[in-house]
Design a protein around this ligand. Structure first.
Ligand code: AP5
Length: 217
């Protein structure tokens, strides 16, 4: 199964990805996580991406398309779940062409729908583990020990792009450049919409129902 997960910043893409990849044995490919790892490693790619990310703008298509094409090559036969990519119509077209060249396609697009006001609240409370990437929230999803990752005890941090002014820019960027992808995929395949302003478990159950449906029929 090859899945694209769409949704505004803070819609809960990373949160839902963990359950989906565990359930279906897919490779989770988050363009944001890959970029953050490149920055921590101090690579040229990471340095090029830094200013775009910290201001809430998109990293240029040519950098992202090449980076994700490399990452997709490592996917198992079971497939992959793309989180944060594609983010522009140009990236989606390029992804489609690259998959078609290998006799593949995106099977389904999951679209998490959320109001901008809810996003703003979620982002300011998000805390992440810089080591394993686990995501928490100071109110909605607390770690067992305050300020520490459940997986490895690392001190949790706030992402630099979760500051309110950068979040506002990220939302603007999303509406201008990424939201048009929902219609792009509606015209080119299957898109399932989910109300993302619910308990994470409820959202997960709705997603599994849709993903299991084609298998049952
Ligand atoms: P990226 O890392 O992809 O960030 P994003 O899309 O903005 O998404 P987030 O990771 O912020 O949010 P999420 O939807 O995963 O939410 P989460 O589950 O963490 O991109 C960062 C930057 O990299 C971009 O701005 C850009 O510069 C660059 N970039 C990346 N990909 C690119 C591309 N393809 N092209 C160009 N540039 C690119 O949840 C958020 C919070 O809410 C958490 O605290 C969580 O605990 C909580 N939460 C989650 N679900 C719920 C729920 N149901 N109820 C209550 N709380 C919840």
């Amino acid at each position: 199964m090859r899945i694209v997960l769409l949704g505004a910043p803070g819609a809960g893409k990373g949160t839902q990805c963990k359950s989906i990849v565990a359930q279906y044995g897919l490779l989770h490919l988050s363009s944001g996580d890959i970029l953050r790892a490149e920055r921590i490693a101090g690579t040229e790619l990471g340095k090029k991406a830094q200013d775009y990310m910290d201001s809430g703008a998109l990293v240029p298509d040519e950098i992202i398309i090449e980076m994700m094409a490399e990452a997709i090559k490592k996917a198992p036969a079971a497939g992959f779940l793309l989180d944060g990519f594609p983010r522009t119509v140009n990236q989606a077209v390029s992804l489609g062409e690259s998959l078609a060249g290998n006799g593949m396609k995106i099977d389904v697009v999951l679209n998490l729908e959320i109001d901008d006001n809810v996003v703003a609240k979620r982002m300011t409370g998000r805390r992440s583990c810089p080591k394993c990437g686990a995501v928490y929230h100071v109110e909605n999803l607390k770690p067992k020990v305050e300020g520490q990752c459940d997986n490895d005890g690392t001190e949790l941090v706030q992402r630099p792009d979760d500051k309110p002014d950068v979040v506002a820019n990220r939302l603007k960027t999303y509406h201008q450049q990424t939201e048009p992808l929902v219609d792009y995929y509606r015209n080119n395949g299957t898109v399932y919409d989910f109300d993302a302003d619910r308990n994470p478990d409820e959202i997960k159950t709705s997603i599994f129902e849709k993903l299991d449906a084609p298998v049952k029929t």
